[in-house]
Design a protein around this ligand. Structure first.
Ligand code: TMP
Length: 205
């Protein structure tokens, strides 16, 4: 049986990495064969593209950035995501196309129509079975993260950028309520994990 495809999203500073590690352990404890991966990245070429995309000294046009995100995704689907799902593994992916709509679309201003064309081209009919968005105000995320020693090209963006990205995520959640679950990540870890458990339970239905 094909595995489940789960993606985790949120603005920088939402605590996504901590929650992802917890969810991975939870799923493994339920005897799920799991492939944990990330975007941009997840393949040798994808990780090279990630390094370019995050490099604070590598300016690029917003459409170049968008195309590189999708180029890394094409490779990732082909080499990692599709084979794992076909083997019956569940794929837990740290960001996917919702991030492109939020960051390059809402954040940078690339038109949704263009993103939609690339999404269909690169993914065909592949969509996550479940997407969890960790939502919180950018000011809270920033305060939590403290001062990052060497912020990458995205982490250097200002609060107005992250407000637009957050709004982009909220719109995605509204447009696809069957697939996307919003979790209030401004609360403590225990409360977020309680919600995560409830959301994960839906995957066995
Ligand atoms: P990470 O820090 O969560 O690993 O993500 C790396 C950065 O890449 C993060 O700032 C969000 C950004 N990103 C995009 O802008 N568009 C995308 O499509 C993806 C997958 C990530």
């Amino acid at each position: 049986m094909r595995g489940k495809f789960i993606t985790l999203e949120g603005i920088d500073g939402a605590g996504k990495s901590t929650h992802l590690a917890w969810l991975a352990e939870y799923l493994k404890s339920r005897s799920i064969a799991l492939c944990v991966t990330r975007e941009p990245g997840g393949t040798p070429l994808g990780e090279k593209l990630r390094a370019l995309l995050l490099d604070k000294d590598q300016p690029m046009h917003l459409e170049t950035e968008t195309l590189l995100m999708f180029a890394a995704r094409r490779e990732h689907i082909e080499k990692v995501i599709a084979p794992a799902l076909a083997r019956g593994e569940w794929v837990l992916c740290d960001r996917f196309t919702d991030a492109t709509f939020a960051y390059q679309g809402a954040g940078r201003g690339v038109a949704n129509e263009k993103l939609g064309v690339l999404e269909r081209w690169v993914q065909g009919s592949l969509q996550p079975d479940l997407t969890i968005i960790f939502d919180l105000p950018p000011a809270v995320g920033r305060a939590r993260a403290g001062s990052i020693k060497s912020p990458d090209r995205f982490e250097r963006e200002n609060e107005a950028f992250f407000e637009r990205v957050r709004e982009g995520y909220l719109q995605r959640a509204k447009a696809a309520p069957q697939r996307i679950r919003l979790i209030d990540a401004s609360r403590g870890i225990a409360e977020v994990q309680a919600d995560l458990t409830v959301v994960a339970t839906e995957l066995w239905r």
